[in-house]
Design a protein around this ligand. Structure first.
Ligand code: ZN
Ligand code: ZN
Length: 646
């Protein structure tokens, strides 16, 4: 029961007590008791009308009870409708039930809009049994009652009951309308039920309705069949913004940002106005694809929704994840309203881009402004502490987050602490810390430890971490190779053979390294060891030039492979054609004066490419930004924002 509902069951307010006190009618020498009673009755009726319209609910209910006890039938269906609305906004279930019984005794229950509202109220309160009982007792059920009942069941995850009601309804001779279909289609979580409902909507001639169409698109995407979702969209005649939103959102959420953005551009060309939901989807697509320029184009359409918090947060996230901290900060400062998501996004954004101290300063500001940090904020804070080497601060926040902010440390927080210990070279402590964790460490935590072992060249712990990763993710080829390298180095030939056999048997193949970047309006993709790029000759020449320039500064290809996820056979030659090196060369060939080269990468950057990028940023005087799945590397004048630890 919420606060207001509790208030309601307690004592009536002073106004209502005044009303109650008038009940025993005092006789007066001036007025006959009948006239006085009439006047008082009128005033109670007036009070009731006022209370039922504007609240408080407790006073309205008191007045209703008095009217009832005096046998006055002063409340009309509209008054009751207002009362139901008050119950809903106050979350007052008891009052709702009492209104129900009043309605029954006043004979208004057959009024359809009242019975449907009451039904809807029970459903919104999650009182399905009451709703069901009431539904069964209704003398008339039109399509709205059925649809209310069906969407109610869906809302509380009783999909099969909803489908059953859908059948009953048609047995009762009621034709489902577009709202019924829209609800029932959203309830489908398997393709077979979805197909059945799709067929059914076609039989009722409703498949091209905007509501039904957009539900069909949503449901197909949710069931993993984006092709059918797209097909429904293509067949739609009107293309209402709701329908565009479904298809763009569908592609954005299923990770197909390319298609989402293509459709977004089509929508704009067709002259449709993109609303907040569509713009949010478009921004998320840009974020996922790290398309800064496209994100900036979407930003232009946001100007009329300047105060929309969800959109502003999505914009902030896009700028942070696309590595443009300047624009992120600019927009953050100008947000008319900030919530914990805005603060967390900005704090994590700064931390992931190597600006730890600023992230921590922002966290102090957040607390000073009275905002409460959440789980994600604390991940950002610990990430920043660990990257800035602030061991004491990290321990302080980690140990006191429960007490200070009521946040239970989760695996991400533990991961940050393992990272912190690893960076400081305290590998033994890190392992101990993992063992003392209250839950089972996941592969991410072991990978963090493995990363630290690589940097500090600790083969024993590396082997241990790799073994633990392979217990959780036996298909991880990079870790398999790394472990077999370690075994080979230790001359444990039987273990090496065992690893190789396992990889052969399981057909494990390494996901090729892939880098991509935008030049102009096009996205160029580079795959390690793949020379099919049309400009390969030019890229080769540029690589040659860059390598010869940085060699003079002491660059030697790092072919030390023991703690790398590269096989013995992949040496200098293959290092040269790592995808990010090709991308950097291509970026240099097509670069604009003063603009950084921005590259996205599917795998963690290797030590050799990291060194290469650092030196190129120095000899060529160019800022290079590489985003891997976890963090950004901003290479500038020979140094990287990650501090050579990633
Ligand atoms: Zn590399
Ligand atoms: Zn770096």
């Amino acid at each position: 029961m919420n606060r207001i509902a509790r208030n309601f069951t307690s004592k009536p307010s002073s106004r209502a007590r005044l009303l109650l006190r008038t009940q025993p009618i005092p006789s007066s020498p001036l007025f006959s008791s009948q006239t006085l009673a009439l006047n008082q009755n009128q005033s109670i009726v007036q009070s009731f009308t006022r209370f039922s319209l504007h609240g408080p609910l407790s006073d309205a209910m008191t007045a209703l009870e008095i009217l009832h006890s005096r046998g006055l039938r002063a409340a009309d269906p509209v008054d009751y409708l207002h009362l139901i609305k008050l119950c809903l906004s106050d979350g007052a279930t008891d009052a709702g039930r009492r209104i129900h019984s009043h309605l029954a005794s006043s004979g208004y229950l057959p009024v359809l809009f009242l019975s449907n509202s009451l039904l809807g109220m029970y459903v919104r309160f999650g009182l399905v049994d009451d709703a069901r009982q009431m539904f069964d007792s209704l003398p008339f059920r039109n399509v709205v009652s059925w649809t209310t009942m069906i969407s109610a069941l869906i809302d509380i995850d009783l999909q099969s009951d909803a489908l059953y009601f859908f059948v009953l309804m048609q047995r009762d001779g009621i034709r489902p309308n577009m709202f019924t279909f829209s609800s029932i289609i959203r309830a489908c979580n398997t393709l077979s039920t979805l197909w059945a409902m799709h067929c059914c909507s076609i039989n009722h001639g409703l498949e091209f309705d905007d509501f039904v169409g957009s539900s069909l698109i949503d449901a197909y995407f949710k069931c993993g069949d984006s092709e059918s979702g797209r097909l429904v969209f293509d067949e739609m005649i009107t293309g209402d913004p709701v329908v565009w939103n479904s298809v763009i959102g569908g592609f954005a959420q299923t990770g197909n940002g390319h298609e989402a953005l293509k459709l977004f551009r089509q929508m704009k060309r067709a002259g449709f106005l993109a609303k907040q939901a569509t713009l949010t989807s478009a921004l998320r697509a840009c974020t996922g694809m790290v398309f800064l320029e496209m994100g900036q184009q979407v930003h232009v359409h946001l100007l009329k929704y300047k105060s929309d918090l969800i959109l502003n947060n999505a914009l902030l996230d896009m700028y942070c994840k696309c590595g443009s901290l300047e624009e992120a900060e600019y927009n953050f400062r100008r947000m008319p309203e900030k919530d914990v998501i805005s603060w967390s996004t900005m704090i994590s954004g700064l931390a992931q881009n190597g600006r730890s101290l600023e992230a921590l300063r922002l966290f102090d500001l957040m607390k000073a402004e009275g905002a409460n940090p959440n789980y994600i904020t604390m991940v950002g804070v610990l990430f920043a502490c660990s990257h800035a080497g602030l061991i004491e601060n990290a321990w302080h926040y980690f140990r006191s987050m429960k007490r200070l902010f009521d946040i239970e440390p989760g695996s991400e927080h533990y991961g940050c602490m393992v990272d912190l210990l690893g960076r400081a070279g305290k590998l033994e402590e890190a392992v101990e810390f993992i063992h003392e964790m209250e839950f089972k460490p996941d592969a991410i935590i072991w990978r963090t430890l493995l990363g630290a072992c690589r940097v500090h060249k600790n083969v024993n712990f590396a082997a241990y971490a790799a073994q633990e990763i392979l217990k959780l993710e036996p298909e991880d080829e990079g870790t398999c190779i790394l472990l077999s390298n370690i075994y080979a180095d230790a001359k444990q030939w039987s273990d090496v053979e065992q690893m190789r056999k396992m990889m052969r048997d399981r057909g494990i193949r390494k996901e090729p390294g892939r880098s991509w970047m935008d030049v102009g309006k096009e996205t160029h993709v580079f795959i390690a060891g793949d020379f099919s790029n049309a400009q390969m000759e030019g890229i080769n020449r540029e690589l040659e030039r860059l390598i010869s320039r940085i060699s003079r500064m002491g660059y030697v290809p790092d072919t030390e492979f023991v703690l790398h996820d590269l096989g013995r056979e992949q040496k200098e030659e293959s290092l040269r054609y790592h995808s990010e090196k090709m991308a950097i060369a291509f970026g240099m060939m097509n670069s604009t004066e003063g603009k950084p080269i921005r590259i996205m990468k599917n795998l963690r950057i290797c030590g050799d490419c990291h060194e290469f990028a650092k030196l190129v940023s120095r000899t060529e005087g160019k800022v290079i930004v590489i985003r891997d799945p976890v963090r950004f590397h901003h290479f500038k004048v020979g140094a990287c924002s990650c501090g050579d630890y990633w």
